[in-house]
Design a protein around this ligand. Structure first.
Ligand SMILES: Cc1cc2nc3c(=O)[nH]c(=O)nc-3n(C[C@H](O)[C@H](O)[C@H](O)COP(=O)(O)O)c2cc1C
Length: 319
């Protein structure tokens, strides 16, 4: 197993904070990087598209200033998520800006496209591609991605259905490059478990929704604190692709979360990100791991907790 230089020793913990539609914005990304984990945001969160230039300027300048002020504890690098799908009409524009700002890490979702990888490689950036099965993993690497994010069952957003044990084991039979694991990882012990089963790093989304810096409503944050795995429903009704959502938000929108109809996958559209119901804005995405989230707190506190638990888990196993 080998990590590229940008991820090797540049984080306090082996953790990448996952991009969250609508929720991630510069304040969250910067807090994640400064706390010592890779911070990220989806390019599509910057709207209108011209705002992406401003966001990238802000993030690169603020991280450089932070690193000058804190030479002993520099920030972790940041990542931008690109949705590689025909419904994303901004891809070329957003990619150009990633090249302009030399974004260190690009996380590509859905389509694996050689041109996207080549653009990021042109200045030395790396591409991590998220996948829900071994077949997509193989295709992504053959098309030039540098690493993989295995999205297992229980993940927030568009989750897979495979057990993390099965998914990591199968990918590791042929791939010894950078491999991240995602899906319901919410404790430092789970980060260590991801490494024990063969991943290099953990990829954590939902717990960051319940942070002070997240661009989510107070009600959404509180629902995460109040909910547990049993409150999550897996459905393709809202975007055409199966994902995990908070049941109480579906009930609040006037639907029965236990009897949702099946959707038409051809209707999927990431620019408007909705089919009928107001997915993401009113129907709140969330993974199964939130039983470990007991308070709304600043990102720094969440990362401190993960670091403490990670150290305790290592000690318990006498590593
Ligand atoms: C509300 C929400 C929005 C998300 N938006 C995106 C997105 O825009 N792009 C993406 O690649 N993944 C997105 N994801 C998936 C996450 O990046 C990540 O794979 C997932 O949150 C990991 O599982 P966890 O939430 O159980 O930690 C989203 C997840 C959630 C919960």
């Amino acid at each position: 197993m080998s990590l590229p230089a940008i991820l090797n020793g540049t984080t306090r913990l082996p953790v990448v904070a996952a991009p969250l539609f609508i929720i991630s914005h510069p304040a969250l990304t910067l807090a994640q990087c400064k706390a010592g984990v890779v911070g990220s945001f989806p390019a599509l969160n910057a709207r209108p598209e011209a705002q992406l230039d401003e966001w990238l300027a802000e993030i690169t300048q603020e991280l450089a200033a932070h690193n000058t002020r804190n030479p002993g504890r520099p920030a972790a690098p940041f990542a931008v998520n690109q949705i590689v799908h025909k419904s994303n009409k901004r891809l070329e524009h957003d990619l150009m800006l990633c090249v302009k700002y030399k974004v260190p890490i690009v996380i590509s979702s859905l389509g694996a496209v050689p041109e996207v990888n080549a653009a990021i490689h042109s200045y030395g950036g790396i591409v991590l591609h998220d996948v829900i099965n071994n077949r997509h993993a193989d295709s992504a690497i053959r098309k030039g991605a540098d690493g993989l994010i295995a999205v297992a069952t229980g993940a927030g957003g568009h989750a897979g259905t495979l057990s993390p044990f099965a998914l990591i084991q199968e990918i590791r039979t042929w791939f010894d490059g950078p491999l991240l694991l995602s899906g319901a990882i919410s404790t430092g012990g789970a980060v260590l478990a991801a490494q024990a089963m063969g991943a290099d790093m953990a990829y954590i989304g939902s717990p960051f929704i319940a942070t002070t810096e997240a661009r989510a409503s107070d009600a959404y944050k509180q629902m995460i604190v109040d909910s547990a795995a049993a409150d999550i429903v897996y459905s393709n009704y809202f975007t055409g692709i199966h994902g995990n959502y908070l049941k109480p938000s579906i009930t609040a929108a006037g639907m029965d979360p236990d009897h949702l109809p099946e959707a038409d996958p051809s209707k999927m559209d990431f620019e408007t990100a909705t089919t009928g119901a107001k997915a993401w804005k009113d129907i709140w995405g969330c993974g199964q791991g939130i039983g470990a989230v007991t308070e709304i707190a600043p990102v720094a506190n969440l990362v401190d907790r993960l670091a403490r638990e990670y150290a305790e888990a290592r000690q318990k196993l006498a590593l």
